[in-house]
Write a protein that binds this ligand. Sequence first.
Ligand SMILES: [Zn+2]
Length: 143
Amino acid sequence: MAPDVVSQARRAAEEVAAARPGSAPSECALSLGIEIIEAPSPPPAQPTLCSEYRANPPRILLYTRSLHGGSLGIDATQGNPSAYEVSKELHVAHELFHHLEMARRFGSLTRAESEAGAHAFARCLVRLALGWDIPLERRTGAD
Ligand SMILES: [Zn+2]
């Protein structure tokens, strides 16, 4: 594991949240020029995939049928978000990390480091931006 990729990811989430107070991850993504595309189903080869990031041009794909697959069991202290909304923002935040990663700001990461960083970034950003506490052990279907 690269030196503290998780700490770096959390710091990056703090920067993103501080730069756009009160903005949901999806609003942060849009303000960074990332298009968010909702499609019903993931590619057949990855039937459980919920989301993915693609560069050139930057976009986040959300697969709505997978995202509807279940509640994340969060403790939402702000508002009363639907399970879909929570899942969507969490996955957008995850993919936002992969967007930042493209600029090499975290160095060259292995696949495992990249996913650990994205998971930490996403949990941190939704907590700071929306007050949602995602259980640590909860895995997403994000790629
Ligand atoms: Zn990922």
